[in-house]
Design a protein around this ligand. Structure first.
Ligand SMILES: [Zn+2]
Length: 338
């Protein structure tokens, strides 16, 4: 049985050591450390020390490109999108060149940047990397002066347009058509194939987490395309029932079963993430239910976002972080030695 949690907000080694020891006591055997653009720029040596300390404590370590290029999950700024305006995702506005602060997954410059991230990840001695919620921009736009609501999406840059034309034999449309949906999915899948091949060559295990939906606006609508990626070791999703306003039992069960079915088919390890951030007061017990549901569905790799109920960050903190973590701990220890 594997249990873990993500960890961020601290770069002081003495405190990291203490917290990693606590994670072990609380039933964890792996940790996902975030490694943002800020970290690779200013904490490259510190990250090596943090990974070492975590492994010494007895945890398996995964690194997460937290908010890198603003195309993965994570509350972190990106300087890449500022430094390389040409590599941003261009939106499908007919009015002109409108680019969002998210990197285009098809541009060589961003991919090179990710290769540098992978090289540092390998250098830290971590066991693996965690590709969290890779996505493209999607939003809705309604003009004040009338007209119908528009789907706004990325990416329509020159590089993406060329790839689209090559694949489909005509110019990329501005509407959110079926071909556009497939193209965006293909873009994310090809990006993950690229990353996982590079990481695997460096001896890193690849782990991926998809949004708990097959709505094409989120990018991936056929999970199988990701589950079948050769170098992916772990495949999972994050049915965050408080965030998506879903029933904990129904949502966690449905997503766990879908993940497990694909993992069995493609021989991957199935992972389910438990919501341990923005947990409303007096609903903390649902965490234990979620872990029971995932376990009973057959999931044997469970992680929580994040350590100690995400007490360290205002934006995502739970109302009673200590109660949240107590629930996580109780559930983890219940199953730990089974
Ligand atoms: Zn593009």
């Amino acid at each position: 049985m594997k249990f873990g949690a993500s960890y961020f907000g601290n770069r002081i080694l003495r405190h990291v050591r203490e917290d990693m020891k606590k994670m072990i006591d609380d039933g964890c055997n792996f940790v996902v450390h975030t490694m943002s653009e800020h970290d690779i720029t200013y904490h490259s040596g510190t990250m090596i020390d943090i990974v070492k300390a975590s492994r010494e404590a007895g945890l398996e370590v995964f690194l997460d490109p937290w908010g890198v290029g603003r195309v993965f999950g994570g509350e972190a700024f990106s300087t890449f999108v500022k430094a390389y305006p040409d590599c941003r995702q261009r939106l499908n506005f007919p009015e002109g060149e409108i680019k969002i602060y998210k990197a285009c997954l098809n541009t060589k410059t961003f991919r090179d940047h990710m290769v540098a991230w992978i090289e540092l990840a390998a250098k830290t001695g971590a066991e693996g990397v965690f590709w969290d919620e890779p996505h493209l921009f999607f939003g809705e736009f309604a003009p004040l002066f009338g007209g119908k609501k528009m789907d706004i999406w990325g990416c329509t840059c020159g590089t993406c347009k060329d790839i689209f034309k090559e694949k489909y034999g005509y110019e990329m449309p501005l509407d959110f058509t079926d071909d556009v949906k497939s193209f965006r999915q293909m873009t994310i899948v090809s990006f993950l194939e690229f990353l996982s091949t590079k990481a695997s060559r460096k001896g890193l295990k690849n782990s991926v987490c998809l949004f708990p939906t097959t709505d094409p606006r989120y990018g991936i609508f056929e999970w199988e395309k990701v589950a079948m990626i050769k170098n992916m070791y772990t495949f999972g999703s994050d049915p965050y029932w408080y965030a998506y306003k879903q029933d904990v039992v129904e949502f966690v069960k449905r997503v766990s079963e879908e993940v497990l079915m694909l993992c069995k088919k493609y021989n991957k390890e199935a992972q389910i993430w438990i919501q341990g951030y923005r947990v409303p007061a007096k609903r903390e017990e649902e965490i234990k239910t979620a872990i029971d549901v995932a376990y009973n569905a057959g999931i044997r790799n469970i992680a929580t976002w994040s350590f100690e109920g995400t007490d360290c960050m205002t934006y995502v903190r739970s109302e009673r972080p200590e109660v949240v973590w107590q629930c996580v701990r109780t559930a983890y220890l219940k199953y730990k030695n089974r």
